[in-house]
Design a protein around this ligand. Structure first.
Ligand SMILES: [Cu+2]
Length: 338
């Protein structure tokens, strides 16, 4: 009996020490980035309960093992056999009922946080998300524009209706905690209520091809006022799409081009569009061409026809299909980028 009391006390002490140690090492709190959504709360709470259970189970195994190793060590000269034990009913009941309670508790906690994460706000506004190798695009049907970054006002639930045009992707913003697959041929739903203004990133969390690692887009959470002025800006941009240049700009945003091609000279997955038109371009095979209408059209319809020097072959750019009108407006738009 004395041994049980000592081991019991040691187990509790060890469990507390383990939990405090893990917490100080940042496992319970800092392993996650800052929580930036209402949905994060119940997930972080579940995580915390799991760390507590882990600390206790760790102590429950390690303490009796070490205690037995030290206290019940064979004495010098003792050659007798150990005591023969034939089952122990109370012990068997305990190790069946204990884990059962634990599993039921976590099943309840899991179901509870799933319910919290999925809870629909009738006031939620919709954003259509399109995933494709290797970009995200965000359509705001309420306002009629498309964007390569996702802007959300703080404190309002957004419901993302997500579709993939090619393979399986996964929408993951670590600060929001929730993660959801995007599957071709069906629409998946993702509900989020941002609570903390700031800049985050959506990362694709499902290996989806060669440039999977670069499949990330900005997420910006702002106050309602900043959000409203951004919406007005985007709407003005969409209105400007009446001209061929504007139409070309809209097409390139809508088709995810600007996820790979920067407009300001910076390097993304593809060559920058800044100053591209009319420039002498070196190709992977050593030839040099001048970027003109014909070359641009060919690059869009058949990216593998000519690979720009320094980029992998076959090209990571998918082939596109456009009408002649659309191609002309994309060319017109590219001419303006200098
Ligand atoms: Cu992906």
């Amino acid at each position: 009996m004395r041994h049980f009391v000592i081991v019991g006390i040691l187990v509790i002490a060890m469990a507390v020490l383990t939990y405090v140690g893990l917490d100080a090492a940042g496992v319970a709190s800092q392993m996650h980035p800052v929580a930036a959504s209402a949905q994060a709360a119940s997930i972080d709470q579940l995580w915390n309960w799991e760390i507590i259970a882990m600390s206790f189970l760790f102590a429950l195994i390690v303490v009796p093992m070490l205690y037995s190793l030290i206290v019940f060590r064979r004495k010098k000269g003792d050659t007798t056999d150990a005591e023969h034990i034939e089952g122990n009913t109370p012990l068997e009941i305990a190790w069946t009922v204990g884990p059962l309670i634990l599993v039921v508790f976590f099943a309840y906690m899991g179901a509870y946080s799933l319910g919290e994460v999925r809870r629909a706000d009738p006031q939620a506004f919709e954003v259509k998300v399109k995933a494709q190798q290797f970009t995200w695009t965000f359509e705001y049907p309420e306002y009629g524009f498309v964007s390569t970054e996702l802007r959300l006002p703080v404190g309002r639930q957004a419901v993302l209706k997500m579709e993939s045009v090619d393979v399986i992707h996964s929408f993951w913003v670590p600060e929001f905690r929730v993660k959801q697959d995007v599957v071709p041929g069906r629409v998946t739903e993702y509900r989020i209520t941002p609570t903390l203004p700031g800049s985050y990133k959506v990362r694709c969390a499902e290996l989806c091809g060669t440039s999977h690692a670069y499949m990330e887009s900005p997420i910006v959470v702002t106050t309602q006022a900043d959000y409203d002025s951004w919406v007005a800006e985007q709407q003005a941009l969409a209105a400007a799409a009446q001209t061929p240049e504007g139409q070309g700009q809209l097409l390139s945003v809508k088709n995810g081009c600007t996820g790979c091609h920067s407009l300001d000279g910076s390097a993304l997955t593809g060559p920058t569009w800044f100053g591209m038109y009319g420039k002498e371009e070196e190709l992977a095979d050593g030839a040099t061409i001048t970027v003109d209408d014909e070359y641009i059209v060919e690059s869009i319809l058949d990216p593998n026809a000519k690979i720009v020097s320094g980029f992998p072959s076959p090209s990571v750019m998918p082939p596109y299909q456009f009408t002649d009108d659309e191609l002309a407006s994309i060319v017109a738009y590219l001419k303006t980028l200098k």
